[in-house]
Design a protein around this ligand. Structure first.
Ligand SMILES: C[S@@+](CC[C@H](N)C(=O)[O-])C[C@H]1O[C@@H](n2cnc3c(N)ncnc32)[C@H](O)[C@@H]1O
Length: 408
């Protein structure tokens, strides 16, 4: 037994059978059952897992986690579509912004490097390598998943084999980096802790075992979660009322701090779905932001088919700004919506250049623009935040339009 006393959610695949979620194949169910075995043994040996420990295993357990196991996840046949998977429009706009910064870096020295963190299928790397001008001396990829590293290599090799020699995969942030770093939808994949207010006490969610099934349970928060939630509570304009549930990302600060500590000069850009803190912890958002993706369906059950589905949480961009601004001389350089970032990075010109005679190509382009910029799609739900160090005062293309920093 796991020693916890409040079981509040029980989940099993059966709960969802016959509902809108498609049934995995027998092979995939077996795969998930293997991960379940590992988790069950771990819980029996060491006790319940904090939610972040569970999320870490569900996503990254070697050979079994969602991102580590070689299952197809990106694009139309996977579980979700990210901006770089829609086509090359996103990369073309980013390349406009990055190339302006790269020219500045190259004016002071003859070259710069590019670092992509969490490169997924390799789609963005393949497109950026063909668009960046000047080209980086090295295109570095910091990627946790060995399987995805291989997918990225294959994708780059088939799209631009002549540029593959510039690409290097890293296990840790590069030392004394000078250049441009970018991460799209990586922070939302960092494991989070879940908390709940209970009669003014802070509780933390754990994953335990009951009748051989995983269960979610609440118990008194550990000291790190308790401290973080109390600080949050002191800062918010409204109280976190009894029963309020949400997430808190304790890994963000060490993750971003570690990266910025290793970087000497340039631009660090992040994009993801999220909110400034006052909106993240809106009183009405009292069940948090955690969301799971399985075959293009979003649902709230993190225990469903571990290893077969993505588990993510929205990003508290105020926490990102706090973690980055002032670290090792890096300064918050901008915060805006994805739509505004892309428009200020020359979306209009890129669109005109793509206005082809081919009707199908035009439709595809229109579809990309719609998905990337409309508020009901990715336009405002996705946001860009940049940090700079040692760049001249000119605005970084992308951040020259609407400035959202006052909302943080
Ligand atoms: C949601 S996917 C996004 C992929 C890609 N950036 C895109 O937009 O299509 C998250 C990616 O980040 C990687 N990842 C997650 N945590 C990471 C970390 N701490 N360091 C490096 N890569 C990480 C995952 O393996 C995966 O490639």
């Amino acid at each position: 037994m796991d020693g916890l006393n409040q079981t509040i959610v029980m989940s099993s695949p059966a709960t969802h059978q016959g509902s809108i979620l498609p049934e995995p194949s027998a092979d995939l169910k077996l795969h998930s059952a293997r991960l379940l075995d590992v988790l069950a043994r771990r819980i029996q040996d060491t006790g319940p897992l904090s939610f972040a420990e569970y999320m870490e295993a569900a996503l990254y357990e070697p050979g079994l986690g969602y991102y580590s196991a070689g299952l197809y996840k990106f694009g139309a046949e996977g579980d979700f579509i990210t901006a770089p998977e829609l086509g090359d429009l996103f990369a073309r706009c980013l390349a406009n912004s990055f190339s302006a910064v790269a020219k500045q870096l190259c004016a002071a020295a003859s070259s710069y490097d590019f670092l992509e963190i969490g490169a997924g299928s390799g789609a963005l790397a393949a497109d950026l390598l063909q668009q960046l001008n000047p080209l980086p001396q090295h295109y570095l990829i910091l990627e946790r998943s060995a399987d995805l590293r291989e997918q990225q290599r294959l994708r780059i090799e088939s799209s631009c084999p002549q540029l593959l020699a510039r690409v290097q995969w890293l296990d840790a942030p590069p030392a004394n980096f000078r250049g441009i770093a970018y991460a799209n939808e990586v922070i939302d994949a960092l494991p989070v802790e879940r908390f709940r207010m209970h009669s003014d006490a802070v509780e933390q969610q754990y994953v335990g075992l009951q009748n051989d099934k995983l269960v979610l349970k609440w118990k008194a928060a550990g000291s790190a979660v308790e401290k973080a939630v109390r600080e949050l509570q002191a800062e918010l304009q409204h109280p976190l009322t009894d029963g309020y549930e949400s997430e808190i990302n304790l890994l963000l600060k060490p993750w971003l701090g570690g990266l910025l500590e290793s970087m000497d000069q340039g631009l660090f850009l992040l994009s993801d779905y999220g909110y400034p803190r006052p909106e993240f912890y809106f009183p009405e958002r009292n069940r948090g932001t955690l969301i799971c993706h399985y075959r293009h369906r979003a649902h709230p059950d993190p225990l469903l088919w571990p290893g077969l589905q993505d588990i993510t949480a929205f990003v508290d961009f105020t926490a990102v700004a706090e973690a980055g601004d002032g670290t090792n001389g890096w300064e918050l350089a901008g915060y805006t919506s994805q739509a505004d970032f892309l428009l200020d990075s020359g979306l209009g010109e890129v669109m005109q250049a793509g206005a082809l005679d081919d009707f199908q190509a035009q439709l595809q382009l229109a579809n990309q623009i719609k998905k990337l910029t409309l508020p009901a799609e990715m336009g405002t739900r996705f946001q860009f935040m940049g940090f700079s160090r040692g760049l001249s005062g000119d605005a970084i293309p992308g951040f020259g339009g609407t400035d959202w920093r006052h909302r943080l």
